[in-house]
Design a protein around this ligand. Structure first.
Ligand SMILES: [Zn+2]
Ligand SMILES: [Zn+2]
Length: 491
């Protein structure tokens, strides 16, 4: 038995609210106290610090983030020359070089590097450069030759790949990994998660099409990781998902692309491309079949949808299956960015949940930012509508979409409190819920995770300051992280 005392414990449970001490046995909280209790136990002084439930990130691509953090980071690259320099200094993974976080609009040249430029530097290494949003990429000839040997690429390989070809390319790189690199990527992801105070992260496993990829490898190795991964069978193969024992299907299975790549599906055209309405990656029949069958088999469904046209395509079938055969499956809209009042109302009425990324707003929804350029001002105000969704009864989980943004819950909480549109902002307490109690709801773990009360898992984070009153939530120092009452090293 352990007793943690002298803390300011914010339980995230409305009835208990706060406590000063908690007794933990066998990884679970067995009692909360308002003062230091006397009992035979190991005593741990929390030194008057703030304690919150361990953060939960409800949307990560651990394999990608874990892998790419071993590769080349192109964040804040200013010129192509600098980009090439970073690439040549980067770590190879076997015969591959992978770079991420490229925002070509930040380059002086305002364009992606070409395959010919990459070939000069890397004639014999397969190179992949991913755009920051993950929805476009460039490769060199060496990579193109190996990929087209399996399945031809339609576009000229000297250009930028988007949509399905982007996925085909990324999947080739991922599927070329050996087990050691795959597990190392998850180790990296876990380390990263702990650094930012997470004890649980949702992770997307599968190629987004037909393959579950290394789902069973991850499941077989769950015990080796210091944090808990909540896996999503990220593919359309329902038989494979059921066979693997999955309880949820999807993740970033794509209804559309992204705003930055002009592939998010819109009802009105892009402001900067008046002929372009974006894309729907699949037709209605495809989604109806998948959602219907998954629902019948008690699988929770999660789909990536960004634009209003894509969200409404998925919402239509969630609504249909829920109305025909109501179940507590909590079908999920991932990203759920551009919405109308009516769509939000329908989500609330049909127990639809959302996994959203407040950092998208911080990065891209500001004045003259990406969203205003591609969507215009009026539509930008209808993105990341946390307040409206919450008021309509939609449970929202916060997440990073890591590798897309940093897996940093405090930064996400900060962004949710200070969204660009004041009407959609949350209170600090509500924003913390996104990464604790409400996040737990998304995976049906609300009776086990996300609160610090009796019988819950003793997963918690010790903070220098309270995020409920801080002026700079993103900068609060994380002191310690505990999983099942055991300390994890913060790196
Ligand atoms: Zn996505
Ligand atoms: Zn994603």
């Amino acid at each position: 038995m352990k007793v943690f005392y002298n803390g300011k414990i914010i339980t995230m449970n409305k009835e208990v609210a706060t406590a000063a001490a908690m007794a933990v046995d066998n990884g679970k909280i067995i009692e909360l106290f308002n003062a230091k209790p006397e009992m035979p136990a190991e005593y741990i002084d929390l030194q008057g610090k703030w304690v919150l439930p361990g953060f939960i990130d409800t949307h990560t691509h651990s394999i990608s983030g874990g892998l790419y953090s071993m590769g080349v980071n192109l964040e804040h690259c200013n010129t192509l020359a600098e980009l090439f320099e970073r690439l040549t200094e980067g770590n190879l993974m076997g015969e591959m070089l992978i770079a991420w976080h490229l925002d070509e609009t930040e380059l002086r040249e305002k364009r992606f590097p070409t395959a010919a430029e990459l070939d000069k530097l890397f004639p014999d290494i397969a190179v992949l450069i991913r755009r920051v949003d993950g929805h476009s990429c460039v490769i060199n000839k060496c990579a193109a030759q190996q990929i087209t040997a399996i399945q031809p690429l339609k576009s000229d390989f000297n250009g930028t790949f988007r949509a399905r070809e982007n996925d085909q390319i990324v999947n080739w790189f991922h599927s070329s990994l050996d087990e050691e690199h795959i597990l190392k990527s998850y180790d990296n992801a876990a380390r990263h998660a702990i650094k930012y105070g997470h004890t649980t992260i949702h992770t997307m496993v599968g190629d987004g099409y037909n393959s579950l990829e290394h789902y069973s490898l991850l499941m077989a190795n769950m015990d080796r990781f210091p944090i808990e991964f909540i896996p999503y069978a990220q593919c359309f193969n329902i038989d494979a998902a059921l066979e693997a024992g999955a309880t949820r299907l999807g993740g970033c299975i794509l209804a559309d692309g992204s705003f930055g790549s002009h592939t998010a599906g819109l009802f009105e055209p892009y402001t900067d491309q008046p002929e372009n309405y974006g894309m729907l990656y699949h037709d209605d029949a495809h989604w109806e079949k998948i959602i219907r069958r998954a629902h019948a088999n008690d699988l929770q469904v999660a789909v990536h949808c960004i634009g209003d046209r894509a969200i409404s395509q998925i919402l239509k079938y969630y609504e249909k299956v829920q109305q025909e055969n109501p179940k507590d499956l909590r079908h999920m809209l991932i990203h759920n960015e551009l919405t109308s009042d009516k769509m939000i109302r329908r989500m609330g009425e049909n127990n639809i949940v959302a996994a959203m990324q407040p950092m998208f707003d911080r990065l891209w929804a500001g004045k003259d930012g990406l969203y205003e350029i591609v969507l215009g001002k009026e539509r930008t105000r209808r993105t990341t509508r946390l307040r409206s969704l919450r008021d309509a009864g939609v449970i929202i989980g916060g997440g990073s979409d890591w590798y897309v943004t940093e897996m940093d819950a405090l930064a996400g909480i900060d962004a949710a409190v200070r969204l660009h549109n004041p009407q959609e902002r949350l209170t600090p307490y509500e924003a913390v819920e996104l990464y604790t109690s409400h996040a737990a709801w998304l995976s049906h773990d609300e009776k086990r995770l996300g609160q610090l009360v009796k019988d819950y898992q003793a997963d918690f984070v010790v903070l220098e300051e309270s995020p409920l009153v801080s002026d700079d939530i993103a900068e609060i120092k994380i002191i310690d992280v505990y999983k099942n009452g055991e300390i994890l090293n913060v790196m």
